[in-house]
Design a protein around this ligand. Structure first.
Ligand code: C5P
Length: 311
């Protein structure tokens, strides 16, 4: 990691949003090891910026800036590197190289699909840089091969996700949603949270088949934010709380301090609160910032567009 974000000639820049799961309903484990999901994603105005520039001889390198960036791997474990390689392999152009620069605002390991957003942004940026003949729709299967959460940041907006969460249907919603995001001191591993979910449900019996709550979908399409606040839901909440009991303090405080509702973001540990106005979001952000369980607070609105090239 270095101090300044560099500017290189011929570079391409893409801005890509974080997501919150307004509803996350988890079903049984599938033969591929993933869980059957029924989820509703919303893209939020909290972005990572991906800048790419050509490198010779097929080299692929990544540098990261911003909060939490120092903890990210810079080798093949980095999802952005895997995305660039997957795109290149798909097009049979092994000689193409790229320097990927990621300026992070999406919390690392925060349940807001930061790594998936970086992979999605890298696909869009490299397709442009390498002048590949691909439409955004062509990138979707490649995105899904990288991870279940990678297709959504390409699409943005609000969408229903079925299957592993990657079979997306855009949803039309009314109004702008004000969110307050309480970031935790330490990240949570998504596989760990799903494993804990399985352990908890092995004790309590069979996991029911997926059904996304009709009230939640109705509240989004009518723009009834009070109703939506009441129906925010995440089946992974108990699993995440059993791994990080202190998140209960954040959730309870947020829910009782003026939010319309609160929900764990994805597999956590970020907690997301829906507010009726910008002013109430500001008040709630101040209240949450006082908690010892909260590292920092962000405000964001949704829905926003998916990965976009800067002109
Ligand atoms: O898709 P991705 O590899 O980013 O997901 C990370 C992990 O989350 C998976 O390896 C799996 O353990 C868990 N997961 C799951 N079911 C899903 C999505 C993710 O079990 N539908």
């Amino acid at each position: 990691m270095s101090e300044r974000f560099p500017t290189l000639s011929g570079q391409v820049r893409v801005r890509v949003p974080a997501k919150v799961n307004v509803g996350l309903f988890v079903g049984p484990t599938r033969p591929d090891g993933y869980h059957e999901l029924g989820t509703v994603f919303q893209a939020l105005s909290l972005y990572d910026d991906i800048t790419v520039a050509a490198l010779p001889d097929g080299q692929i390198r990544v540098n990261t800036w911003g909060e939490g960036a120092a903890s990210l791997p810079t080798d093949d474990r980095n999802l952005a590197v895997r995305a660039a390689k997957a795109l290149r392999d798909h097009h049979g152009t092994a000689d193409l190289g790229v320097q990927i620069m990621i300026n992070k605002s999406i919390p690392v390991a925060g349940g807001m699909a930061g790594g998936s957003a970086d992979a999605a942004g890298t696909l869009v940026a490299c397709a442009k840089l390498w002048e590949l003949d691909v439409s955004p729709g062509d990138l979707t299967p490649l995105a899904a091969s990288l991870g279940a959460d990678v297709p959504f940041p390409l699409l943005g907006g609000t969408a229903l996700g079925l299957g592993r969460g990657d079979e997306l249907t855009p949803l039309s919603t009314r109004g702008q949603y004000h969110w307050v995001l309480a970031l935790a001191h330490r990240g949570l591993s998504t596989p760990d949270v799903f494993r804990r979910f399985d352990e908890l449900n092995a004790v309590s019996g069979e996991v029911a088949a997926i059904r996304v709550c009709d009230d939640l979908l109705g509240a989004l399409s009518s723009g009834d934010q009070t109703l939506l606040g009441r129906h925010l839901h995440n089946d992974l909440e108990a699993a995440a709380l059993s791994l990080r009991p202190e998140l209960e303090i954040t959730l309870t405080t947020g829910r009782s301090s003026g939010a319309l509702g609160g929900v764990l973001a994805g597999s956590g540990p970020t907690c997301a609160f829906l507010c009726d106005t910008d002013a109430s979001a500001a008040g709630l952000a101040d209240r949450l910032a006082e908690l010892s369980t909260v590292r920092s607070v962000r405000r964001a609105t949704g829905p926003v567009a998916g990965a976009r090239l800067f002109s």
